[in-house]
Design a protein around this ligand. Structure first.
Ligand code: SF4
Length: 260
């Protein structure tokens, strides 16, 4: 009997072949459509619409990944990104499971925001689906937008309840997680902000966290906002100087890794 799972369809924004920034080794990065957040600095507002992009099957992506296997070596593989891969939970789960079946390393690049309070946009992902997705994921790249509730809301337009639920489940699963945070001048660029990030992560002690990476805000996506007729609310914000970012990175590494 043919495997029905491989015929499940999702909405694809684009591929990046041989990506080096979204997980270990050389990777096929699969950018999926749909995101519940509205991060002020989002580079890809064209991924927000769950109905955008084109239809793609699990089979098509697994076949593409299999052809790329010689490039993956012992560390590379496939990264599901977006948009927000958790916005298409059934497709993401089927894809991750099929990749695992082929022995391909899987990374989930996510904001963790998949479960919402009743008053917010509901994506209908269940706890069981998140647990199954985590089990089929070798490494989570988790973008912690902001560690304090009020900053999170201001930056993303959503509450952080979904992220906290995701982290509780990942913690229960002893998940391997690389943490990322984009540093935006005036929003989260002080040592107090970095301290808040460390304290937030310490709430989830069973996570396996080899890396906490601070990334500089940049305004490369601004043209897309113009093309889509959307206001760009961070206009005029100047990216943090490299040396300033290095100081914050050092602070987070010292506070987080020396206390584990
Ligand atoms: S989570 Fe990512 S895709 Fe979604 S709005 Fe934020 S930056 Fe954009």
């Amino acid at each position: 009997m043919p495997d029905q799972t491989t015929q499940i369809t999702g909405r694809l924004h684009s591929f990046e072949t041989l990506g080096t920034l979204d997980g270990p080794g050389l990777r096929l990065v699969v950018f999926l459509q749909g995101c519940p957040l509205r991060c002020l600095y989002c580079h890809n507002p064209d991924t927000w619409d769950l109905k955008g992009g084109r239809a793609v099957t699990v089979e098509e992506i697994v076949a593409k990944a299999s052809r790329m296997r010689p490039y993956f070596g012992s560390t590379g593989g496939v990264t599901l990104s977006g948009g927000e891969p958790l916005a298409q939970p059934q497709f993401t789960l089927a894809l991750l499971k099929s990749l695992k079946k082929e022995g391909i390393h899987t990374v989930l690049d996510t904001s963790g925001t998949a479960v919402f309070s009743a008053s917010e946009r509901t994506l209908g992902i269940s706890t069981a689906q998140i647990q199954a997705i985590l089990t089929a994921t070798d490494l989570v790249l988790l973008d912690v937008k902001a560690p304090l509730a009020e900053n999170f809301q201001a930056l993303t337009g959503c509450s952080m309840a979904g992220l906290e639920r995701f982290l509780e489940l990942a913690n229960d699963n002893h998940q391997a997680v690389w943490i990322r945070q984009v540093i935006v001048p005036g929003l989260n660029d002080t040592t107090t902000d970095v301290e808040a990030l460390v304290q937030f992560l310490q709430r989830y002690p069973k996570l396996q966290i080899p890396k906490v990476e601070l990334l500089p805000y940049h305004s490369l996506g601004v043209r897309k906002y113009e093309q889509m007729g959307l206001p760009y609310l961070l206009a005029g914000v100047v990216p943090l100087a490299e040396e300033q970012l290095a100081i914050l990175q050092q602070a987070v590494d010292q506070r987080f890794f020396l206390n584990r």
